[in-house]
Design a protein around this ligand. Sequence first.
Ligand code: NAD
Ligand code: UDP
Length: 324
Amino acid sequence: MSTHVVLVTGGAGFIGSHLCLRLFDEGHHVICLDNYFTGRRENFGERHSELMLSGRFEFVRHDVVEPIILEADRIFHLACPASPVHYQYNPVKTIKTNVVGTYHMMGLAKRTKARILLASTSEVYGDPSVHPQPETYWGNVNPIGVRSCYDEGKRVAETLAMDYHRQHKVDIRIARIFNTYGPNMATNDGRVMSNFICQALQGQPATIYGEGNQTRSFCYVSDLIDGFCRLMEADTTGPVNLGNDTEITILELVETIGKVMGKPMEIIHKPLPQDDPTRRRPDLTLARKLLNYEPKVSLQEGLGRTIEYLARILDEQANAAEPN
Ligand code: NAD
Ligand code: UDP
């Protein structure tokens, strides 16, 4: 296998940190670029010093909203907060990250002739009227709602990628990622997985937004990374869905977490956020056909590993907060 100089934007985040380690372990030279808005160097845990000493792992503190000159022959462009709480914190910045940031990364790919993979999202389908969602579905997105900075931002990012491909022959890949979870999710990121698991670990009730009948399809992070690497090396340009197609309601998620932890969770209901999609499940036909992709980690198994990780982080946070 040939090795590459691989730039990973958003490389210190949840998905980015797993991707950087996978690429490093495959022998590539990895440039991890991040502005540390939601990412942390601690996501590399005990591997950090090994990476630093290796001579083929670099951290670059940079904001993709500003241009940068770097040399690479593969780019995974992930920089963008993914949790609704984080991307709605500064919506104008989220749009700039998705639009201006992607514009800069497409320009970098054009200059260096690097192949670039854009981390897009199932949110481009909005609150879908087609179910499950195939790549051919154009979506049902509110252009002026509170989620639009992210949904529409990613839709423009996809447009930019396709136009750089058609106009400048940039070698692009587009991954439409569906809800992904696993170790390195932040305890405070507000997404349903980290919220429910942290609540369960702290003996608090699960905060269900609305009735809990909305559905999602949760993909364990190692399966997503496998799909990413397959897509980067595949001979295709248009968007490809990546995720897990086992669909459950949010109420069922609470029950499953209770079962895995051996103690049923109490529930409290909170208002449903604006434009919250009612159902979501990837149609994985294309990924299976083009990439021979198959998610392997069951929800029970993935939950076990994620619970173990978040329990350790909550312990560390509690110990750090204790007076000496
Ligand atoms: P994350 O918030 O953990 O990671 C995002 C990373 O990007 C962080 O390290 C953050 O500091 C960095 N970042 C944000 N803005 C930046 C900027 N302007 N310049 C440089 N770095 C910046 O989220 P994640 O879950 O790891 O998501 C990674 C990518 O995958 C995002 O593009 C997201 O839209 C996409 N995605 C994730 C999911 C999911 O379920 N996790 C679903 C769909 C799409
Ligand atoms: N959700 C919930 N309780 C929480 C956090 C989220 O019921 O504490 C719901 C949320 O309304 C949505 C689903 O869980 O219907 C997934 O939310 P998340 O923020 O994880 O991802 P997204 O909505 O972007 O898929």
